[in-house]
Design a protein around this ligand. Structure first.
Ligand code: ADP
Length: 397
């Protein structure tokens, strides 16, 4: 069974083609600069062929059509005929309160997706454009939507409501939604496999730490709380996002600096986070280098980030009334042993204890805790595309 996974942005479209019988990535790549001069397709195959080709792509439909030609191309192709593609799985950022799991897309679903666009105006519209493009080019092929928000829909009301006038929830759906759900779901399920225990019996805190970072409390396979909120700006400080701050600072700074709401939004999303604290970079590799050269603010940025990770893990352990495992994933979680160490140090009283040697391993599934630790600390590389492909397969089977 061959499944195409599509992640459509405003001017780019990432894809992976899976042979699900072996969970093998036959090909992956992206169509970039869609609708802009100099658009190109970058394509890599499982057997080491790769190509970057300039192709005019004015619309997402052009991009999907170009991608299809590449997939069956004599030289770069990995399938003989497009009919071999059994289904397409789409990453959709926001499913609102309507979608609590992945869905097979029909007209009704498309209508609801359009309604959800208001909640994610930057992300959902290009996701929808990607779906429409696939519907046109691959007519009759089942399309599935997999949502970043869906896994978090099990949160109880006390966790997702804000203490704001209730009418805002009723009028505008102002509430916590949470993001990175596909990743949190994937790594929590993998954790159960690694720990050889049913997911239903486990209390897990999953830490997705990348450019965007979020943490989830997964109790018995269900999210009971997560750090991102109505938008992905909330929670941990991130590469360029401020995360949780005193909400009164927003109007205070707007007055002090004479900022418009758009300017304030831009500062909190693009000019804050570890970039702002360090004054160096949003990338943790650059911060590590700067710390080595004695940069104090870079050191502070790492400490501040790890401190927020640490106290979020702690609060979620309390929220769940116990903790069996902490999972680290995504760019930083998978590769940065120092952040894992800073987040977990001195917690032996709580059953958390890292094995320094194991913790120095990068980018592979590994239990990095000491033999006797009661709480297991796991590093599990996330694979959102494979998770989307699996969901898609499940829905069409
Ligand atoms: P995104 O949220 O954009 O998917 P990633 O999950 O790729 O982001 O995470 C980006 C962060 O992960 C960067 O701060 C980067 O420093 C860190 N990172 C990614 N790969 C590595 C690596 N191989 N070694 C160390 N750090 C890495």
């Amino acid at each position: 069974m061959i499944i195409l996974v599509v992640n459509a942005g405003s001017s780019s479209l990432k894809y992976q083609l899976f042979d699900m019988s072996k969970e093998l990535v036959l090909a992956k790549g992206l169509c970039d600069r869609i609708g802009i001069n100099g658009s190109f397709v970058k394509h890599n195959t499982h057997d080491g062929r790769s190509v970057v080709k300039e192709i005019e792509m004015k619309t997402h439909k052009d991009a999907i059509a170009s991608l299809m030609r590449v997939l069956i191309h004599e030289e770069w192709g990995v399938i003989k005929d497009l009919s071999e593609i059994s289904a397409v799985g789409h990453r959709v950022v926001h499913g609102g309160e309507k979608f609590i799991k992945s869905v097979l897309i029909d007209d009704e679903v498309m209508k609801t997706l359009e309604e959800c666009s208001e909640l994610a105006p930057l992300h959902n519209p290009p996701n929808i454009t990607g779906i429409k493009a696939c519907q046109q080019v691959l007519e009759g092929t089942p399309q599935v939507a997999v949502f970043d928000t869906a896994f978090h829909q099990t949160m109880p009301k006390k966790a997702y409501m804000y203490a704001l006038p209730y009418e805002y929830y009723e009028k505008y759906k102002i509430r916590k939604f949470g993001f990175h759900g596909t990743s949190h779901k994937y790594v929590s399920e993998r954790a159960a496999v690694l720990l050889n225990k049913p997911l239903e019996e486990l209390k897990i805190v999953t830490c997705h730490l990348g450019n965007g970072s979020s943490i989830a409390a997964v109790d018995g396979g269900k999210v009971i709380d997560t750090s991102m909120g109505f938008t992905p700006l909330d929670g941990l400080p991130m590469g360029t996002r401020c995360g949780t701050i005193d909400p009164a600072l927003v109007t205070y700074l707007m007055h002090k600096e004479g900022l418009s709401s758009e300017e304030m939004d831009y500062i909190m999303n693009k000019k804050s986070g570890v970039l702002a604290v360090s004054g160096v970079s949003s990338d943790f590799r650059d911060l590590d280098d700067a710390v080595e050269q004695g940069n104090e603010r870079a050191k502070l940025a790492l400490e501040l980030f790890a401190y927020h990770v640490r106290k979020t893990i702690g609060s979620y352990a309390f929220a769940m009334g116990g903790l069996d495992a902490v999972v680290f994933t995504a760019g930083i979680g998978e590769n940065n042993g120092n952040i894992r160490k800073m987040a977990c140090e001195g917690l032996e009283f709580f059953g958390i204890s890292l094995d320094d040697e194991k913790n120095s391993v990068r980018g592979q599934e590994i239990d990095v805790s000491t033999e006797d630790a009661k709480v297991r600390v796991l590093v599990i590389p996330t694979n959102e595309e494979l998770a989307i492909a699996k969901e898609t397969l499940k829905l069409i089977s």
